[in-house]
Design a protein around this ligand. Structure first.
Ligand code: SF4
Length: 263
């Protein structure tokens, strides 16, 4: 069976593999994949320059199982994070999740949430679902994602569904000066607190500029303002940014093997 998994990296400080799926059902103006095909942390430290030259090739489910089992055995892998791209558009998503659960790995899903209701029953109980909300306003959501405005309702409905179904829900949004400002992030936090719980964690990501979008990177001050405003409503708000992230250890390229990619 073919999957849409095209890239795997391993983070030894969290004993996690980041399993990345090709393709998405959104066309976000600020999508980082427009700039970085591969895990963007690899570009920051420059340690895997050769990866940047390769063409993506997706794995079969059997190949993926083989790679993950090897990483578990050799590197002590405990957790897989499914991201991309959008994992839920992969027809092999449920089979992939089952195969990874059978290897006894904890699973976390990063998703835009639109199709979550279609696959939620495949997710092991108690897993983490990090759901990204591009904007809490339907017009902006539509302008940014090129989806219909009504799709935001579905995303928010699926966020509530995940929470009510007992998953560890984390809400993520990206701070984009001129588009998704600290006060907009606060409105989202208020929504999460009132429709889910004040105990649901929220992550505010730093926008990384891409060539086709007009926005700049936010400052640390702006990120902290968004955090402070959101903390008026939620108990746990984290900023994930180049200013605040301490790289504790190395990111390894697992697939494709760097040697396969040399041109
Ligand atoms: S949902 Fe994520 S992967 Fe898909 S286009 Fe938007 S930013 Fe990119």
């Amino acid at each position: 069976m073919d999957t849409q998994v095209y890239h795997i990296t391993y983070y030894d400080y969290t004993e996690s593999a980041y399993v990345q799926f090709l393709g998405c059902n959104f066309k976000c103006l600020g999508c980082i994949r427009k700039r970085f095909v591969w895990d963007h942390h690899l570009y920051e430290d420059g340690s895997s320059k050769e990866v940047m030259d390769g063409e993506p090739r997706t794995l079969t489910l059997e190949e993926l199982e083989g790679v993950i089992k090897r990483v578990k055995k050799e590197m002590g892998l405990k957790r897989v994070v499914l991201g991309g791209g959008e994992p839920t558009i992969d027809p092999a998503f449920c089979s992939t999740v089952k195969a990874l659960s059978d290897i006894e790995l904890e699973i976390a899903l990063l998703t835009n949430g639109l199709l979550l209701d279609k696959v939620i029953d495949c997710m092991p109980k108690g897993s983490t679902i990090e759901l990204s909300v591009k904007s809490i306003y339907p017009e902006r959501f539509s302008a940014y994602t090129k989806r219909d405005k009504s799709d935001l309702d579905m995303v928010l409905r699926n966020m509530r569904l995940a929470y009510q179904s007992g998953f560890k829900v984390i809400v993520e949004t990206v701070l984009i000066p001129g588009f998704n400002e600290p006060q907009d992030v606060e409105v989202l936090a208020e929504y999460v607190a009132s429709s889910l719980s004040e105990n649901v964690p929220m992550i505010i990501d730093e926008y990384v500029p891409v060539p086709s979008a007009p926005w700049r990177r936010p400052t640390l001050k702006e990120l902290l303002e968004a955090k402070e405003r959101s903390e008026e409503h939620l108990r746990k708000v984290l900023v994930r940014s180049s200013y605040t992230c301490d790289r504790l250890s190395k990111v390894y390229v697992i697939y494709p093997e760097p040697s396969e990619l040399k041109t």
